[in-house]
Design a protein around this ligand. Structure first.
Ligand code: C2E
Ligand code: MG
Ligand code: MG
Ligand code: MG
Length: 283
């Protein structure tokens, strides 16, 4: 009987596995046409200076809506775009659309700049730095107003290639951020050789702050390391006043998370900024 149960479990697992595989294959096919069908859109989530609570940058986050599968999360489709090589075109589209969208916000003083996420393959795309320069000129956006976020995993996958691309991007004047910091086991020595302006502490560490566990060694040392290296330290995934209070006590520079705003459609972001400005004192 036990053996039979086991057999059924295996079958169920395989069925689930096949279903998952089928979904991946189908999504991959749909992804090929997503750009031309204009199925992508961007939402923007503010990053705030912790002390003044003023908006620093907005991070562009990609959304994909398909007729057959509805909303598909970037955590699912970005890896597919990576594997299929589509990511390069998608990244270029995201940078282009983000600059186009954010330019009037920057000019109006609503935001300091816009942040865009890069994928591993982008860091081995030798044409990317020059392309970024072209896009900045075409949109008339100052390079320092563009932040490119690269995860720690991405950098560590091929440190040599990443370093070259990052230096070339830096030469264009853009700022670079290490996203999901703390999850990639990079050493201080490796980090030191990279032209980085900012680190973003991964939300998994931020979520624990104040939840009975007080502050976390990881968050505390990330802030210390960042400051010792002259970097701006951002905490992502700030959801509660307890999270915020501890980050404030530890001297974190910037915060981002649902406590302030979720990723917002362009019109909603502008409204959010206007509402914040009309308030005299911020909580
Ligand atoms: P990320 O860059 O680390 O972005 C942070 C993720 O956390 C976003 O999920 C955001 O919506 C979510 N988030 C924001 N505030 C909170 C919070 O307070 N609590 C929690 N639990 N989550 C919060 P999203 O938009 O689903 O994106 C997931 C990941 O997909 C991103 O992680 C990024 O690595 C990737 N991604 C998104 N858009 C793009 C893109 O245009 N290009 C590339 N290459 N990757 C992208
Ligand atoms: Mg990011
Ligand atoms: Mg992150
Ligand atoms: Mg992430």
């Amino acid at each position: 009987d036990e053996a039979k149960q086991q057999h059924l479990r295996v079958l169920a697992y395989r069925a689930g596995d096949d279903e998952h595989h089928l979904r991946q294959v189908r999504l991959m096919g749909l992804l090929r046409h997503a750009l031309e069908l204009q199925e992508f859109r961007l939402v923007f989530q503010p990053k705030l200076h912790l002390v003044t609570r003023r908006v620093a940058h907005v991070e562009a986050l990609l959304r994909w809506s398909t007729p057959s599968y509805g909303e598909v999360s970037p955590d699912e489709f970005i890896p597919l775009a990576e594997r299929s090589g589509l990511i390069r075109a998608i990244t270029r589209h995201v940078i282009d659309a983000s600059l186009c969208q954010a330019r009037p916000w920057i000019e109006a003083g609503l935001v300091e700049g816009v942040a865009v996420n890069l994928s591993p393959m982008d860091l081995v795309d030798p044409g990317l730095p020059a392309h970024v320069g072209d896009l900045l000129r075409a949109h008339g956006v100052a390079p320092a107003s563009l932040v490119l976020e690269v995860t720690e995993h991405t950098v560590m996958r091929d440190v040599e290639a990443a370093r070259d691309t990052m230096h070339a991007l830096r030469a264009q004047g853009v700022r670079l951020s290490i996203d999901d910091f703390g999850t990639g086991h990079s050493s201080l020595a490796q980090l030191r050789g990279l032209p980085v302006d900012e680190i973003k502490i991964d939300k998994s560490f931020v979520a624990d702050l104040g939840a009975g566990s007080g502050d976390s060694v990881i968050v505390r040392s990330a802030i210390e390391i960042g400051h010792n290296m002259g970097l701006t330290v951002v905490a992502e995934g700030v959801e509660t006043p307890e999270n915020l209070a501890i980050l404030e006590a530890l001297g974190c520079d910037m915060v981002q998370g649902y406590l302030f705003a979720p990723p917002l459609a362009p019109a909603a972001l502008v409204e959010w900024c206007a509402r914040r400005r009309s308030r005299a004192v911020e909580a």
